[in-house]
Design a protein around this ligand. Structure first.
Ligand code: FAD
Length: 318
């Protein structure tokens, strides 16, 4: 069973979630995972990826920014040529834009946010959370290729192996669709890891009063722990934080080793984005906050007192 794994990268760096998607593919019976890498000047990424499987590389100026129509068309061509039974990528903003188009072009069948797979009578069944994770649906996808986005936190990255072949793909921009033009990409440069990749995530909620406090308290704790920062939707709605930090049903999925929920009540929509974290620490002044129900460690305290104290204690000694 040939599985095409679509690689994701950002500003010259491979997204770790790509390797989780390779991990999913490798775990399937009789699977032959191959990796598709698209972009411009991505040679060094191909070198990294070839340790995880053969890599098909579409490298062209026309693919510098991820225009969904062009990327989907490249996926269609490679999947058809390689006769892939499955096309997969980690569930992310990138794949949400591109993979449904590729599924339509391939006349395939699509499953999103897959967290597991089972085999029953020779048929693969896919598990996907619905209703903010309160229900896990088991779905059979009829037809091929099956196009899947995968929740990266559910699948382990494999160990790198012997380098495999890298196959360049000829790209003729005039043969690609040109309906979408990515004018520019504005991104905040942050020295902190993204919540989807960080091993420690410190998230703040409405208990944090303003942007300055968020940076000092939530950012401060994240920095001493070399972690990423996240937030609840309440802070995004209040304009305190930007929505790329939002964790939850309509935000990002975080499943770090340690997740701090600070001044967050624990609404089901927030929990949907962090409940797979290995260890959950809750800091809230309300002992009845629902977040304590999912906590491994809970501290009933005012965050304005407790967190600065924690930061001070965790500071490396000079
Ligand atoms: C369709 C839909 C999708 C949604 N998607 C998301 C999503 O993706 N992510 C998300 O987060 N939410 C989402 N929400 C919103 C969600 O329902 C909640 O409204 C939101 O998570 C609440 O955020 P909060 O916990 O920060 O705020 P609140 O619920 O107001 O809780 C604030 C908490 O801070 C505590 N607190 C206050 N002051 C302090 C202090 N000084 N020290 C310590 N603790 C303090 C309070 O005790 C309280 O528990 C969604 C809602 C809907 C309807």
């Amino acid at each position: 069973m040939r599985i095409l794994v679509v690689a994701e990268h950002d500003q010259g760096a491979l997204k770790g979630v790509t390797l989780s998607a390779v991990g999913f593919a490798r775990a399937l019976k009789d699977a032959e995972p191959e990796i598709l890498l698209m972009g411009h000047q991505v040679g060094s990424l191909a070198e990294q990826l070839r340790r995880y499987g053969p890599v098909w590389v579409a490298d062209h100026e026309a693919l510098r920014l991820a225009a969904a129509d062009r990327y989907a068309e490249i996926i269609r061509r490679v999947a058809a040529e390689r006769q892939a039974s499955m096309v997969v990528a980690a569930a992310s903003t990138f794949s949400k834009d591109i993979l449904p188009r590729a599924a339509a072009l391939l006349d395939g069948t699509m499953g999103t946010d897959v967290v597991g797979v089972q085999e029953e009578n020779g048929q693969l069944l896919f598990l996907r959370p619905v209703n903010a994770g309160s229900v896990v649906a088991t779905v059979a996808l009829m037809g091929e290729p099956k196009v899947l986005t995968l929740r990266a936190s559910a699948f382990k990255s494999p160990e790198p192996g012997e380098p495999q072949e890298v196959h360049p793909i000829a790209v003729d921009p005039t043969s690609l669709p040109n309906l979408i033009e990515v004018v520019r990409r504005d991104s905040k440069t942050s020295s902190r890891p993204d919540v989807t990749e960080a091993r420690v995530v410190v998230s703040g909620g409405r208990g944090v009063k303003n942007a300055e406090d968020f940076e000092r308290i939530i950012g401060g704790l994240a920095d001493v722990l070399h972690g990423g920062v996240g937030c609840s939707r309440a802070l995004v709605d209040a304009g305190v934080t930007s929505n790329d930090l939002q964790v939850g049903q309509t935000g990002k999925i975080a499943a770090p080793d340690v997740y701090f929920a600070v001044g967050i009540s624990g609404a089901v929509q927030h929990l949907a984005g962090m409940k797979d974290s290995k260890v959950v620490v809750v800091i809230n002044k309300d002992p009845d906050a629902p977040a304590f129900e999912v906590a491994d460690y809970g501290l009933v305290a005012d965050l304005y007192q407790a967190v600065p104290e924690l930061i001070q204690k965790l500071q490396p000694s000079p």
